[in-house]
Ligand binder design. Structure first.
Ligand SMILES: Cc1cc2nc3c(=O)[nH]c(=O)nc-3n(C[C@H](O)[C@H](O)[C@H](O)COP(=O)(O)OP(=O)(O)OC[C@H]3O[C@@H](n4cnc5c(N)ncnc54)[C@H](O)[C@@H]3O)c2cc1C
Length: 419
């Protein structure tokens, strides 16, 4: 049963408009949540690690530079899958996949965890998945893009204050949902160039939060440095004729070429995006090299270096040309056509033990977590981010409709926002 529309309700803010943050808002509002939700996102739009980059030169040219697809492995499927399909936001991903071995021969795909089960992609780009979630959420959810939450402060009466880059007041919330770990993981705090969030002080009187923070701090991260290569016309044609749309590199091939995957993404009117994902090992050697056009380059603790960036772009380009020389002999050794950019994902995948679901709601601190770093089916994948969000929505609906639930304000107050 959803909370009654006339009942007082807590002001709810969500940090992060990736799959988890957007799915959470959609599911909570579909379950009848009567109050507005504010969603705060550092990037230019929704999507996070499942977003789409558009060329400034050619708006028709786009690339899914993070996850190229979502695979759903466990039953029943997420509740929001059917509405996303019905709304035309996503579609089955039915493209040919192959695996490259160290000798350069194609093999059928095996037990790759990212390719099992039913595969889906955003229709018109992966960002459409999150846009679909936001459409399902409707007017009850307001997205604030390009808004980095730099710091959190506990409010005297409980709840949280969100502060921006210059310490400006963004919003106050009775309950806060963190869909990314940036604000609470030591790595994220270094990127933000911020002093540790004052969560530790709050955790001193909340053993659940203390345990959650400890688990999150112990999480590792697997990096990948991606080459985004935009092609059109005669330059795109041979890539579009390849016998695969997604090529996985086995361990030997990863060592040989420093690549983990190549994703070929057809675009409008003969356009094509090639997204080459480096191996984790190569990315680890180039962790300080970020794409100057990426959101990471704008983080206070990050210093872009255009020379190193260009060198890595050239290295990845040559690796792709060498690995695919059997199918694209003319491209090998030739000056590369098209527009090329770098996207460094410092934490493409969480590694280690995920945050147990039991710690995803810290009621005393009015803080909750969702994202692919939650333990459970799909941990470290898009499916896990999505499922954790739906699960959290169910838990919060139950918790906050209980009489005397923590953080309940008068409905008339709403969320105070200054973003
Ligand atoms: C290169 C790459 C390839 C991948 N391939 C696959 C694949 O094939 N299949 C698969 O299942 N998964 C894949 N993944 C993983 C998948 O993308 C993630 O599991 C999923 O997108 C995670 O969603 P999320 O919402 O948990 O996190 P995110 O997408 O990281 O969302 C968190 C959001 O919070 C925002 N944020 C964080 N902190 C703040 C702050 N302080 N203020 C404002 N905003 C903030 C971030 O900008 C981000 O948008 C891939 C990932 C990468 C990078």
């Amino acid at each position: 049963m959803p909370p009654e529309a006339s009942a007082p309700h807590p002001r709810l803010a969500v940090i992060g408009a990736g799959l988890a943050g957007c799915a959470f808002a959609a599911q909570l509002l579909r379950r009848g949540w009567p109050a507005p939700i504010s969603l705060w996102e550092a990037g230019r739009g929704p999507g996070g690690r499942a977003s789409t980059r558009h060329s400034r030169r050619d708006p028709q040219q786009r690339a899914d530079h993070g996850a190229p697809l979502i695979n759903v492995c466990t039953e029943p499927p997420p509740a929001l899958l059917a509405p996303l399909l019905a709304g035309g936001w996503i579609e089955p991903w039915l493209e040919p996949c192959a695996r490259l071995d160290a000798s350069g021969a194609l093999q059928p795909i095996g037990a790759e965890p990212l390719l099992q089960g039913s595969r889906y992609r955003g229709r018109g780009g992966m960002e459409q998945v999150c846009r679909g979630f936001l459409a399902l959420a409707g007017a009850g959810c307001t997205l604030h893009s390009s808004q980095l939450v730099q710091r959190l402060e506990p409010l005297a009466g409980g709840g949280w204050r969100l502060l921006g880059r210059a310490g400006e007041h963004m919003a106050d919330a009775d309950w806060l949902v963190l869909s990314g770990t940036l604000l609470v993981h030591p790595r994220g705090q270094a990127l933000l160039g911020a002093a540790p969030a004052p969560l530790a002080a709050v955790a001193a009187s909340d053993p659940e939060l203390a345990a959650a923070l400890q688990t999150i701090a112990a999480l590792g991260a697997e990096p990948h440095s991606n080459l985004i290569w935009l092609l059109e016309g005669t330059a795109a044609a041979p890539w579009l004729a390849l016998p695969f749309r997604l090529l996985e590199f086995d361990a030997g091939a990863q060592r040989r070429w420093g690549l983990w995957r190549v994703s070929i993404q057809p675009g409008a009117q003969g356009r094509c995006a090639v997204v080459a994902h480096s191996s984790a090992a190569l990315a680890a050697d180039h962790l300080q090299t970020v794409g100057s056009g990426s959101a990471a380059a704008r983080l206070p603790g990050v210093r872009p270096d255009p020379e190193r960036e260009q060198a890595l772009i050239a290295h990845l380009t040559a690796a792709v040309q060498a690995a695919l020389a059997t199918w694209l002999p003319d491209a090998h050794g030739q000056p590369p056509p098209g527009e090329r950019q770098l996207m460094r994902w410092g934490a493409a995948f969480p590694r280690g033990e995920g945050l147990p679901v039991a710690l995803s709601v810290c009621a005393r601190s009015r803080l909750a977590f969702c994202g692919d770093y939650l333990a459970g089916p799909g941990f470290g994948r898009a499916e896990g981010a999505w499922r954790s969000a739906e699960l959290l929505a169910e838990r919060l609906v139950e918790l906050l409709r209980a009489p005397g639930a923590a953080g309940v304000h008068s409905a008339a107050q709403g969320t105070q926002e200054h973003g």
